[in-house]
Design a protein around this ligand. Structure first.
Ligand code: NAD
Length: 295
């Protein structure tokens, strides 16, 4: 039976390390990292995410700055706010919660954030820096997956890795990170012809397709390390349940280690957001960056 990778516990430890570094910055530089979170509208899921982010920002001792715009706010208003935050030296990280209302161009909004304050790592400059092996702000979810993989495997060099999903926020940056770790990386997506054959070869399998239990257990290479990013709400026996993109109960009999859903990758994402805000602050003040908190 596979080891269960406890993302919840790992994330709690990570947040403690961030808190210790926040205390160090305050003691040595007299500075407190400031993280601005911008929410447009009242999407229920986004409202919950933003509330959790604000709570955990406070818990690690950072200054959280919450900005709420109504759903009918104009794109120009949002861009103005982003520019104000770019210019504010007390703000080291800026996060604009996605999705944005349909009348706004999310790409334009993200690319207006100062890349050095782009704690989500979605700015095109950060994507380019990551792809060319330069110091970047790395998207939180793939960064969390990388930390879990390193913790489990140590050096990732030479491993055959498959990333299922090629989105700009998870799949592509995940593949870039694994490539930077010297894995042999494949990326599968909705037009991949024989997903099973690809999965069968993978020693590291990261799945971020957003399809409930897309990967059956018997596709998985015995001993593989499986990171399940998917979060899918489905009904089972008439009850709503949360499942990943991997059929967990089958996969756990084959894999060497696997993340559960919930309690795997999910908690890592917010912890890595805090790590990124800390990193942005360290870079802004010229403080050393703790190696275990960056990619
Ligand atoms: P997305 O919809 O933007 O991208 C999905 C990708 O999967 C696409 O590249 C698509 O081609 C591919 N795909 C879809 N169906 C496929 C199939 N049948 N076979 C192979 N590939 C297929 O999604 P996303 O934003 O990257 O998110 C993916 C999943 O991860 C979602 O379930 C999302 O909820 C979850 N997620 C979790 C966290 C977290 O913190 N744990 C963070 C972000 C996203």
């Amino acid at each position: 039976r596979a080891d269960i990778i406890d993302g919840k516990a790992f994330a709690a430890t990570l947040r403690q390390k961030v808190a210790a570094q926040v205390a160090r910055l305050k003691a040595e530089y007299g500075i407190v990292p400031g993280l601005a979170v911008v929410l447009v509208g009242e999407d229920p899921a986004s409202t919950v995410y933003v509330r959790n982010k604000e709570r955990m920002t406070a818990e690690v001792g950072m200054n959280g700055h919450a900005f709420r715009l109504p759903a009918h706010a104009s794109e120009a208003e949002l861009l103005d706010l982003v520019r104000q935050l770019n210019a504010d030296s007390a703000i080291h990280g800026i996060l604009v919660q996605l999705p944005l209302p349909a009348h706004m161009d999310a790409r334009k909004v993200i690319n207006t954030i100062n890349p050095e304050k782009d704690v989500d790592g979605f700015h095109v400059v950060n994507a380019g820096l990551l792809a060319t092996g330069q110091e970047a702000m790395v998207p939180c979810t793939p960064l969390g997956c990388l930390m879990l993989l390193r913790d489990r495997l140590g050096s990732l060099a030479g491993y055959k890795a498959l990333v299922v999903g090629a989105s700009n926020i998870v799949g592509k940056p995940m593949a870039q990170l694994l490539l930077a770790e010297k894995c042999t990386v494949s990326i599968a997506h909705s037009r991949t012809r024989d997903l099973e054959a690809e999965v069968r070869q993978a020693e590291i399998l990261v799945v971020a397709a957003g399809r409930a239990e897309l990967i059956p257990g018997d596709w998985i290479k015995p001993g593989a390390v499986v990171i399940d990013v998917g979060i899918n709400r489905i009904e089972r026996d008439g009850k709503p349940v949360l499942v990943g993109d991997v059929a967990f109960e089958q996969a756990v009999r084959v894999a060497g280690a696997i993340t559960p859903v919930p309690g795997g990758v999910g908690p890592m994402t917010i912890a890595c957001l805090l790590a990124n805000a800390l990193t942005a602050c360290c870079r802004a003040v010229g403080a050393s960056e703790p190696a275990e908190l960056v990619a």
